[in-house]
Write a protein that binds this ligand. Structure first.
Ligand code: ATP
Length: 598
């Protein structure tokens, strides 16, 4: 359809003459002209809000973004390779989260299929997000359904997401830059987006009402426990205090408001019957009658006990060691051993990947002795002289694995000298190694006699990716990184989730660096996803170009991993987001494909 034909058709609709357009489109065209004063003859480019406004919109939606993310990732996986873009817009129409193919990033940005684009109907005219917000219904706005000629190449399908009290809270949109001509080609997209919106509403209800009974229900038993149609949350007296949109629709058909009404008003059951509908009872036996004569299958979920802020048990650890870990079982065992070994003067070997806190642990063991004694650190890279010795106290041998043969011989002499000292003056030896000297012994690179004189007791510090007290550490390292800044800082749920998904080859040192850098980027008191720097292991050859700049647009098959990585300048997290998988999956696939150095 030419631009002129498009204008003529809008004119025809405005004059009340019939056109083949869906009613929802024709009504939106009327609003565009009559309410918003838009002129179809004056196309305007995509509206992208400023970074500070985007940040505000994201902050206001941060809970929903975090809840919706896994659903969006699952949806993006389903549509990967078909050139769809996924947008999550807030109730005002501003895109607060985005999944798309980085190869098309420039084009997507220009088309407004990008973070920060404002798709409200009064600004952008008839469009998926805007028309969905206005009608509160799922819509497909296909090609020339768009009012503004800038957007007529696009096909946009959007579904509303409602909060637990029935307010529109966001819109999920799935769009194509180019699509087949018939609008019916987007039927599958419409179903996908509706299903995903329903799942996000369900996840939101479950998260909001952990402390209450939730009754989920479905018309068929098969998917009841995994993907139910609808759900309500109930207070202790059985009143409905939250609902998904599906529940609101199904129950309001029986008349009267749903929120605040007792469950008996809609179902032939009361709150005392809910335990009979819990998992464990066969699904087919969980039939519940509705007051209007229909039947459904029910699944009741009992209130979860409020999670008490777990006061750390009095571990009996010396204060110096207590601050090194939260509630990680491996660290508890390690610190308990360290506490027992601390008062002995036995030589210790601390092993662990770089940045795991070996130096910190050595100092903490030293500090368990409250008497002021010297702590002397010697870096073993190459062949240090070992000329001076601390009197008593601790001699910390860092990077023991890097000691060359000459250094090893010198260290042996030093140990002999120490053994000859009066007991009071002998320093305690603590060594640290990020590569196992035991392996070097087997390979003939490290003297066995030296190894056994130092490794009397071995303490293995776990890497950050295995620590179950990650959240505790994150908050602690953030507090430490921010201590010289005024005010307090916190991480948005999405940023926290991203940090948790990383592998942290540089462990706590890398984490501290990432948080320092994020603090510099953060404009307010919340560190959000865009504030986080890329993982340090990404190739250093990142140019200033945006992802995909200068790349040819290809269509068809899913982008090979190498292409996505290249388009993302090697940024694993970005690539993971684009592909809708988590970062460790990208890392694993990349390693398997030999795409990065081991
Ligand atoms: N428990 C902790 N809480 C907060 N920060 C920590 C903790 N442990 C270590 N760090 C920080 O992590 C960084 C690395 O710690 P440390 O030097 O002790 O690691 P390492 O294992 O000795 O590293 P390398 O093997 O590279 O010498 C330091 O900046 C330290 O401040």
């Amino acid at each position: 359809m030419s631009d002129r034909e498009h204008l003529r058709e809008i004119d025809q609709v405005l004059n009340g003459r019939a056109s083949g357009r869906d009613a929802v489109v024709a009504q939106s065209w009327r609003r565009c002209v009559e309410q918003y004063g838009l002129d179809p003859a004056k196309p305007s480019p995509a509206h992208i809000v400023e970074a500070s406004r985007l940040r505000e919109h994201r902050e206001q939606s941060e809970r929903l973004i975090a809840i919706a993310r896994s659903g969006l990732q699952a949806l993006f996986r389903q549509i990967a390779g078909q050139n769809y873009v996924l947008l999550l817009a807030d109730a005002k129409g501003v895109t607060v989260d985005f999944f798309g193919d980085p190869r098309f990033e420039d084009e997507l940005r220009r088309a407004g299929l990008y973070l920060g684009s404002d798709w409200s109907e009064d600004l952008a005219g008839t469009c998926g997000v805007g028309s969905c917000i206005t009608t509160r219904e799922a819509v497909t706005i296909h090609q020339t359904d768009h009012f503004d000629m800038t957007h007529t190449p696009l096909s946009c399908t959007a579904a509303p997401i409602f909060d637990t009290v029935g307010e529109l809270t966001a819109v999920l949109d799935i769009s194509l830059l180019r699509s087949p001509q018939p609008k019916i080609s987007q039927t599958l997209a419409l179903n996908l987006v509706k299903t995903s919106a329903r799942r996000v509403e369900m996840a939101n209800l479950m998260a909001m009402h952990r402390g209450e009974w939730v009754l989920r229900f479905s018309s068929s038993p098969e998917l009841l426990d995994v993907d139910p149609d609808a759900a309500v949350a109930l207070d202790g007296s059985g009143r409905i205090i939250g609902m998904t949109r599906g529940a609101g629709e199904a129950l309001s058909r029986q008349g009267g408001p749903v929120l605040g009404a007792p469950i008996e008003q809609f179902f032939e059951l009361g709150i005392d019957n809910l335990p009979d509908l819990m998992r464990g009872v066969p699904t087919e036996d969980r039939v519940i009658g509705l007051r209007d004569g229909q039947a459904a299958f029910g699944h009741a979920i009992a209130p979860q006990r409020p999670r008490k802020a777990r006061a750390l048990p009095d571990s009996g650890l010396p204060a110096a060691l207590r601050s090194l870990a939260g509630s990680d079982p491996a660290m508890s065992v390690l610190l308990d051993r360290a506490a027992r070994l601390a008062p002995t003067r036995l030589p210790l070997l601390i092993r662990g990947e770089t940045g795991t806190g070996k130096d910190r642990l050595a100092r903490a063991i030293h500090d368990c002795d409250v008497r002021p004694r010297p702590f002397m650190a010697v870096n073993c890279i190459g062949a240090p002289g070992f000329d001076t010795l601390p009197e008593g106290g601790t001699l910390f041998l860092d990077n023991l694995h890097d000691l060359d043969p000459e250094g090893q011989a010198r260290l042996l002499c030093l140990l002999d000298r120490i053994a000859a000292c009066p007991a009071r003056q002998r320093p305690r030896i603590i060594a640290a190694a990020s590569a196992d000297p035991g392996v070097a012994v087997q390979a003939g690179r490290f003297r066995q006699d030296l190894f056994f004189r130092i490794a009397t007791a071995i303490l293995d510090v776990p890497p950050l990716r295995r620590r179950t007290d990650f959240d505790w550490l994150l908050d602690r390292v953030l507090r430490m990184a921010a201590h010289h800044r005024p005010g307090s800082f916190r991480l948005s749920p999405a940023a926290r989730a991203e940090l948790k998904s990383r592998d942290w080859p540089g462990n706590l040192r890398e984490l501290a660096g990432v948080l320092e850098a994020a603090l510099v980027q953060a404009e307010g008191s919340v560190i959000d996803l865009p504030d986080l720097p890329a993982p340090a292991l990404a190739p250093a050859a990142c140019g200033p170009q945006p992802c995909g700049a200068g790349k040819e647009i290809a269509a068809g098959a899913p982008p090979p991993l190498a292409d996505v990585l290249e388009a993302c300048n090697g940024n694993m997290s970005l690539a993971a987001r684009r592909l809708g998988v988590n970062r460790s999956t990208v890392l694993r696939r990349a390693r398997r494909a030999g795409l990065r150095p081991a």
